[in-house]
Design a protein around this ligand. Structure first.
Ligand code: SF4
Length: 430
């Protein structure tokens, strides 16, 4: 790890001021955490700005926070920890703004059943997180005979009234981002990547029928400036049509307004002892071994437990049948990673209904992290004072042992162990 003070490897033989600052590794760790969190905030701010919305307080914080990472600007650990938590607060603000513009433009999501197979005819598979680009593509392909499929984090799009009204938005194909190489090769139509997480296609595979838009970019792949998708549409028409092959049906679209519509039922089921606990199992997915922890955990959740999920980590278990409790689905897909805002609204509403703090609710947070938005969301949860979050499959390398110790002392942050052990621990302390 690089030390900003003496411009050497922190604590290495060339470290000239270790005896003076003594804390360079921890300052670096908090500064790195802040930078990762800011990247996540920037992604959400960019999406909101595409709709013409911005938050002056978030913009000002980003400037201050980046300034705070300059060389020799502050050696105060508490100050840095404060900035990291403030990053979480700002992330909540920007997720709220993004939710607002999505709802204003596309309506409030409603629970929606989505087919995971294919339909006869030409198709375009859309991945990433940019609902605005998906909407533009739906408008431009209406009446052309081309079917549109969502991939990865685009799945929640099916729940928005102004997107689901397009009859040619026909289904969700594949799983999380790390399956792209296999799934994109199998999908015979054209492919649009709107944001991260994109994988570079293997040589000689699907690159010639893949397009990027917005912030995404891949060498050798055509990039669409703005939202004129005519080149993509032309390509889709030239490719062999997909076949009629219905798949399993999955549910999405449980925005907080939809869940809170069931609030009386949910509170009643908890009071009657039919629901014992909620488990928020979600976050980013990835290819690293050990991520089957989340599938195993979801499978082990007791029959009177309800799983809330979001982001692409849900593909580890969202095709399993969890059934329902008194008409309340046991698997509730809240949406994209930015819909962590909705999950927070649900937790706050439950704490109000039960007249207790979120930490006293029967709810456990089991999060997976991979990239920077997940870091921003974790900081948001910490900034709200939520304790006992389990995080995995491994801890971020930029968290130093001392910073981890502080987070464990202050927030009881726990690295995941095994699904069996962690669930037993939760139930023992319930
Ligand atoms: S949830 Fe995270 S890992 Fe998954 S596609 Fe979104 S940003 Fe990437």
């Amino acid at each position: 790890m690089f030390c900003y003070q003496c411009e050497q490897t922190a604590g290495g033989t060339g470290c000239t001021v270790r005896g003076v600052c003594g804390k360079e590794e921890d300052i670096n760790s908090l500064q790195d955490t802040l930078i990762y969190g800011l990247k996540g905030v920037a992604a959400y701010a960019h999406h909101a700005r595409e709709f013409g919305a911005r938050d002056e307080a978030v913009d000002a914080f980003m400037h201050e926070a980046l300034f705070k990472t300059l060389t020799n600007v502050s050696f105060d650990l508490d100050q840095h920890l404060g900035m990291v938590l403030k990053c979480g607060e700002m992330n909540l603000r920007i997720m709220e703004l993004l939710d607002r513009v999505h709802v204003e433009n596309f309506g409030s999501p409603v629970p929606t059943q989505v087919d995971t197979g294919t339909k006869k005819g030409p198709g375009i598979l859309v991945t990433g997180h940019d609902l605005l680009h998906l909407h533009e593509l739906l408008k431009q392909t209406e009446g052309t005979g081309i079917n549109i499929y969502t991939h990865g984090e685009m799945l929640p799009a099916h729940g928005y009234p102004e997107l689901k009204k397009f009859k040619h938005l026909v289904g969700n194909y594949g799983g999380a981002w790390q399956e792209q190489r296999k799934e994109f090769q199998e999908f015979s139509g054209a492919i649009l990547i709107t944001t991260n997480c994109v994988m570079i296609p293997a040589q000689g595979t699907y690159a010639e029928r893949m397009f990027t838009s917005g912030v995404a970019g891949v060498p050798g792949v055509k990039h669409i400036e703005g939202t004129d998708f005519s080149a993509l549409i032309k390509k889709a028409k030239s490719l062999p049509p997909l076949s009629d092959s219905p798949g399993k049906k999955i549910m999405t679209g449980f925005h907080h307004t939809a869940i809170l519509g069931l609030a009386d039922k949910i509170v009643g089921a908890v009071k009657a002892g039919k629901i014992s606990r909620f488990y928020l199992i979600g976050g980013c997915d990835g290819a690293k071994p050990g991520r089957n922890y989340y599938t195993e955990f979801a499978e082990r959740v007791p029959k009177d437990g309800v799983i809330l999920t979001l982001a692409c980590g849900k593909y580890r278990f969202n095709k399993l049948d969890f059934g329902a409790i008194d008409g309340i689905p046991r698997l509730i897909d809240i949406g994209q990673c930015n819909n962590a805002y909705s999950a927070i609204q649900v937790a706050l509403a439950l704490s109000k209904a039960f007249n207790c703090s979120v930490n006293d609710l029967p709810i456990s947070f089991i999060l997976s992290w991979f990239e920077q938005k997940a870091v921003a969301i974790l900081l948001t949860l910490l900034s709200l004072g939520i304790k006992g979050i389990r995080i995995g499959p491994s801890l971020p390398a930029f968290i130093s042992p001392n910073v981890l110790k502080v987070l464990q002392e202050k927030f009881d942050l726990k690295p995941v162990t095994t699904a069996e052990k962690d669930l037993a621990d939760i139930l023992k302390n319930a």
